[in-house]
Design a protein around this ligand. Structure first.
Ligand code: PBG
Length: 334
């Protein structure tokens, strides 16, 4: 039974807010560096970082620089990074074959990171959008995004990533049936310990704009992703998708974007009690960074508050481009 609140002045909520020590004791939720997954953009080249105009402070990095960032992540105590490739237009094809090339950017980066910092968890992205000319997550035939054929390609892609040494696979494509297909293929190939973090409740969102710039998919994308990603008006559907993906073998689930969908994070955590993550996506990053750079908000405080909100909503962790900055800020606090 919930205790009733005593009437004023017996109950004075301000007693527990009077000093920092009292507030610390009464604080319900905390953000820790162990809750962070740091997304990184990989490109070709040597010893170079290229700025992304719509994501100030987030560059595309050559593989050697990604390795350096991975070392930094490990030193900061960030448990995982997540890789997204900026694929050269010359290797984008109708059949997306670069997606399962063992020597593609992602797979080379995974091997390089694992050679240098094997203890860091490396997550990879599974979807076809960086590998074709139309920017969709699956094969497109006559304007239709094919489901089952795409799933077969995703399986090939997943096996190449597992082979390269990825710890966590992140299918972000929203095709039906892909989790079961991936899990079966991983078991079949002896990759028993590779985890799947399913982008289970992924909405068709305007907040992905800067990411599409980052991976070079913006110019290419024709139309929208509403035939495979979720409509922003839906909530029960998210619960059904999470239930389905768990039944098919997902180890962890994600809600994406983050801040506009905190209600979904809460429902998912309460319904299933499974490891639940949110993706604070590129547009959320750009809004906070953009306003902070203009002096319109306090960037550090806004960043910390936005991330703590995910913990309060029930998330076990957050993918955030702020990860290294937050990790530095959290150092010395517990
Ligand atoms: C595509 C993918 C997207 C993001 C991650 N994987 C964009 C999309 O679905 O169009 C977005 C991440 C972000 O905005 O930070 N597979």
């Amino acid at each position: 039974m919930r205790p009733t609140v005593a009437p004023f002045p017996t109950a004075r909520f301000r007693r527990l807010r009077r000093t920092a020590a009292m507030r610390d004791l009464a604080q319900e939720h905390r953000l820790s560096v162990a809750d962070l997954i740091w997304p990184l953009f990989v490109r070709d080249g040597d010893d170079m970082e290229e700025p992304i105009p719509s994501m100030p402070g987030v560059p595309r990095r050559s593989i050697d620089r990604v390795v350096r960032a991975a070392v930094e992540a490990a030193e900061l105590g960030i448990p995982a990074i997540c890789l997204f490739p900026y694929t050269d237009a010359a290797v984008k094809t109708q059949d997306c074959a670069e997606a399962w090339n063992p020597e593609n950017l992602t797979n080379r980066a995974v091997r390089a990171i694992k050679a240098e910092v094997p203890e860091l968890a490396v997550m990879t992205d599974i979807a076809l959008d960086p590998y074709n000319l139309h920017g969709h997550d699956g094969f497109v035939v006559d304007g239709e995004i094919l489901n089952d054929e795409t799933v077969e390609a995703l399986v090939r892609m997943a096996l190449a990533q597992a082979e390269a040494g990825a710890d966590i696979l992140g299918p972000s494509d929203m095709m039906d049936g892909r989790i079961g297909a991936l899990r079966a293929a991983l078991e079949g190939a002896g990759h028993r310990h590779v985890a799947i973090l399913s982008y289970a409740a992924k909405y068709a969102s305007a907040f992905y704009g800067p990411f599409r710039d980052a991976v070079g998919a913006s110019g290419a994308l024709k139309g929208d992703k509403l035939t495979y990603q979720m409509h922003p008006g839906n909530s029960d559907e998210a619960i059904r998708l999470v239930e389905r993906d768990l039944a098919e073998g997902a180890d962890m689930v994600m809600v994406k974007p983050g801040m506009p969908y905190l209600d979904i994070c809460r429902r998912v955590k309460e319904s299933f009690g499974v490891p639940t993550y949110a993706y604070q996506v590129s547009g959320e990053y750009a809004m906070i960074r953009g306003a902070a750079d203009r002096g319109w908000i306090d960037g550090e405080k806004a960043m910390l508050e936005s991330l703590l909100a995910f913990r309060r909503a029930g998330c076990d962790g957050v993918l955030t481009y702020f990860a290294p900055e937050v990790a530095r800020l959290l150092r010395g606090r517990c």
